[in-house]
Each structure stands twice: as C-alpha cells, then as structure tokens.
Design a protein around this ligand. Structure first.
Ligand code: GLC
Length: 509
C-alpha cells in the first residue's frame, strides 16, 4: 500500500538566517538555499523545512512576523521564494514552511492599529491598574505582560515584540485560513506550526501554577482544548488541495498521550516528538520513549536537534572527559532514529557533526533570551551559528568572501566544513549520506512496528523485518545478535562485538 510521503520522510530543517548567504549581508537567504539544493538532494533528504522568512523586525529571528504574505528583504523576494520551491521540486525535495499563529510582531499592522486603540480585540489587552493582569511569565524571561502608554496591558508569551493574538476573535481565524491558502497556492507541501499548543488561553486568564513554564500538566496557558478546533479547520483546507499537503505541530507536552491529541485523524498530520530529544544517553530512557511513542502515535516522528536546543553532539558529551564521545553517540543516535518507524527531522549542520558554540561573545549574541535574562542564560545562538561550507577561514563559504556572518564561526570549523568532509569516507557527512541512502533502500520494505530483541540492559536491539538495529549505550562492548552482515555502523564494527557508544544496522534474513 502506498503511504503518504510525509509518513516516512526525512525532513531537513533550514534555519534560514544561518544556512547560506548569497546577497553578502552576513545573513542567510532564499537564493543562498537555492544554490545549495544539489547538496541537500545528494545528502538524501526528502523535504526541507524553512524557518520564517516573512517580513519581520527580527526581534526573535523572524518568529515575530509583521507580514505573513511577504518575504523579508533580508531573505529575498516572493519571486525568490517561487524559484526556490520550483527548484526544490525539480530536485525531488518537498518544501515545508513555518507558520506562526500564536503571536505576531509588534510591527504587524493589526498591532499598530491596536496601539492606536483600534480593534484591540484581535490581541489580548486588559485593564488591571498598576499590576499585570496575572502572574504569567514570558518564556523568554520576565513578565508576560507589557503596559501600553494608555494604561492597558497586552499579553506576550514570548518577547514584548511578539504580542499574542486573541484566538477568540473570528477575524484571527479567518486571517490564518487565508494565510495558509496563500502559501498552498504558491506550492508549499506543508507547514510547521510554531507553538502549536499555544493560541488559546483559559477564559478569565487565571494565575498559572509555578510549574507552568515547563509546559507540564493542566495549564491556563498551554494546550487548551479549544485549539483542536483550529487544527480541524486547517486540516480541511490542507485536504482540499491536491498532493498530500501536511502540517506538523511544535507541541511541547509531558506525555505522548497528550501529544497524540494533536494528531487525531482530522487534525494535524504530525507533531514533533521532543521526548526523543529530551532523553538522556540511556538505553532504558530510549526504550521508554520508543514504546510510549509507538503506543500512542500512529504517525511517529523523531528529532534530535533544532534551532531552539543545544546541539546533540554537545548534549550527549556534556561533562564527559573524552571530547569525541558526544559525536560518537550522536552518530549512533542517528542510526537508531533512522531505523524507527515514522519520519525523522534533521537540523542543519548535524550532518557535519557540528557542536554547540558555547563561547560566543556577549556582544554577538542576538537571542532575546540572553538579553531578557540579563545575560544569565546563554540563549539559543550557539546552535544557530552559520554553517561552514568550505575554505580556511570565516565565512567558510557561508557568504561571499570578506563578509562577516551575523554570528562568528569558530576557527575549529575549518576541519568540519562540508567541502572538507565530502571526500572523506570516515567523515560524519559521508556517514549521513550512507545512512540516508541505506534508509531509502529499505523504504516500503519494513513492517510498521518493531520487535524488541533480548539484549544487555545498556543496549537496544530491535528488529523490523530484515533490519536489526543495535545500539550500545553502555561502557562495555556487547555481543551482536545473529545476522548475516553489517549494513552500516556509526563506527567500525568488526567481529561479533558492538563497541560502546556505537550503533549498527544488521541484515538479518
Ligand atoms: C518556537 C520557535 C522559537 C521561537 C518561539 C516563539 O518555539 O521554535 O524559535 O522563539 O516559538 O515564536
């Protein structure tokens, strides 16, 4: 039976500001991406997800949208977008774009009108005297309310430059249905929905429990039941277009059960499985996430990194004496992820084994989290440093020679550039290419579910048809289960032992 493309797609997240800069202003752009499509096709991914490239004052790197129907001049033009989609499709790559429905930019014409006192109902304004209307805190630090000169307060769950829409106003609904159609008409294959568990807030805006910022449990801020009706309407729009258009939600919750509510048959197609990304390097933790996911999700997804979290090479190596362990584990985790049923989301640069950049100078940092925490939290710039493509010095082919990238690149990245890794069979880039090729080779040939095989406690062994995936999270080598040959290893696998921090795919007749 033919399954829809997104069910087992490998999607590559492009953080547009940091992928490739064709214009020479130090910021990545749409023509830059277009020039690198052959690289992505060759890597072997099925689709790209573009982070917001819409008109924006860039208070949150573009997640503060001032015009949902236009490209910011920093990133190009609508014509550049059309050309990118056309070329991507020619390369066999689908295109997913980000949609940001929880909030707009404070420069959006609706919010500017609201500040003038017109149509305030499209945002969340309240009178409450000198104190904010409730105890809600911004995800980026500080109160979630800002007072306007006329005394009212407005809600912003993120930066003050990102006022929250009032989804109880029908005009907000109508606007987003229209925005979806605008991009669907231009040929996009899907949407990634920003803060998909946001949008609605509890009636009366009651105080939140202290734990609320972690998106856990019952909350007046996140995961309100009304939000599901929005996605039912969006699904109808998506289904009215030919060609299996899809949507994936950015949903942070504490249970696979709750996550599953967003992907009921008449709602979103997928939601990110952040439990996989949050799991420590532990066979027990991985096994639990896999079991919970497969029990609750009919269209599972897997993700190890994105533009909001510490890169997994660094996460897995945290506090360890050996600086190569993080990369070894990251490579092993990729093989585990690609062997699981469902689709996988990669983040640009993980195919180069890039670590988090921890030592960015304070004056270079741009994430509002850094400024709003008074510099006590580093924020997310460390995973957003522009990619090293080639050459011996900054900007490493990210931008035309002589251009300073918007965040400085570490000198050690000379050795990690795509060009340096391309012809080295032992490089992380070559490993990603081989792994993605091997996965393509198995497409359609594996059963939907998986069977656990007996293993040491610190190891994961699972089987899907002729594929057995083995992962060793322990400190001792473990004996391999019966097989006829090794298809691919995250590190060399010789004899009948799987070294620590290594994974492999075994062909089992
Ligand atoms: C999402 C985005 C993040 C952004 C936030 C506010 O979590 O992934 O980058 O800052 O929403 O839009």
């Amino acid at each position: 039976m033919k399954i829809p493309w997104w069910r087992d797609a490998v999607v590559y997240e492009i953080y547009v500001r940091s992928f490739a800069d064709a214009s020479g202003d130090g910021v990545g752009d749409l023509p830059g991406i277009r020039g690198r499509l052959p690289y992505l096709a060759d890597l072997g991914v099925d689709a790209i997800w573009l982070t917001p490239f819409y008109r924006s004052p860039m208070a949150d790197g573009g997640y503060d949208v001032a015009d949902y129907r236009d490209v910011d001049p920093l990133f190009g033009t609508l014509a550049d977008f059309d050309a990118l989609v056309a070329d991507a499709h020619t390369h066999g790559l689908r295109v997913i774009v980000d949609i940001v429905p929880n909030h707009s930019s404070s420069e959006h014409p609706w919010f500017r009108a609201a500040l003038r006192g017109e149509n305030r109902d499209r945002y969340v304004f309240r009178d409450s005297g000198d104190l904010p209307p409730n105890n809600w805190q911004s995800t980026f630090g500080g109160p979630a309310w800002t007072r306007t000169p006329d005394g009212q307060w407005y809600l912003h769950l993120f930066a003050p430059e990102q006022p929250d829409f009032n989804w109880r106003d029908p005009r907000v609904h109508a606007e987003f249905l229209d925005v979806l159609r605008f991009w669907l008409d231009r040929g996009v294959d899907g949407f990634r929905i920003d803060v998909a568990m946001g949008l609605y807030k509890a009636e009366g805006l009651p105080d939140a429990p202290a734990t609320d910022q972690a998106f856990k449990g019952e909350s007046p801020i996140w995961g309100r039941p009304e939000v599901h009706e929005v996605y039912r309407r969006w699904r109808e729009v998506l289904d009215s277009y030919p060609g299996e258009r899809m949507a994936i939600g950015e949903v942070w919750t504490d249970s696979a059960e709750d996550l599953a509510r967003y992907v009921r048959p008449d709602e979103l197609h997928q939601s990110f499985n952040f439990a996989w990304l949050e799991a420590p390097w532990s066979a027990t933790a991985f096994r639990k996430v896999i079991d919970d996911t497969l029990a609750d999700m009919t269209a599972p997804t897997w993700v190890l990194s994105n533009h909001d979290v510490v890169r997994h090479v660094t996460r897995y190596g945290e506090g360890l004496p050996n600086s190569t362990t993080g990369l070894a584990r990251a490579r092993a985790a990729l093989l585990a992820m690609l062997a699981l049923p469902g689709s996988a989301y990669l983040y640009q640069g993980e195919e180069l084994g890039l670590p988090e950049v921890r030592d960015l100078p304070a004056e270079a940092r741009q994430d509002p989290i850094f400024a709003r925490s008074g510099g006590t939290l580093p924020g997310r710039d460390g995973c957003r440093v522009p990619l090293p493509w080639s050459g011996q010095e900054q900007p490493y082919g990210f931008a035309p020679e002589g251009t300073a990238p918007w965040l400085p690149q570490p000198v050690e990245w000379t050795a990690l550039s795509a060009e340096r890794q391309a012809d080295d069979p032992g490089s992380t880039l070559s490993f990603y290419r081989q792994a993605l090729r091997a996965r393509r080779g198995l497409r359609g040939a594996l059963p939907d579910g998986l069977t656990w095989l007996e293993s040491e406690e610190d190891a994961l062994f699972f089987r899907r048809g002729a594929l057995t995936c083995v992962v060793n999270c322990g400190v001792e080598a473990v004996p391999l289960p019966p097989h006829d040959h090794v298809v691919i290893g995250s590190a060399p696998v010789e004899g009948h032992l799987l070294p620590p921090d290594t994974a492999a795919w075994l062909h089992t007749p």
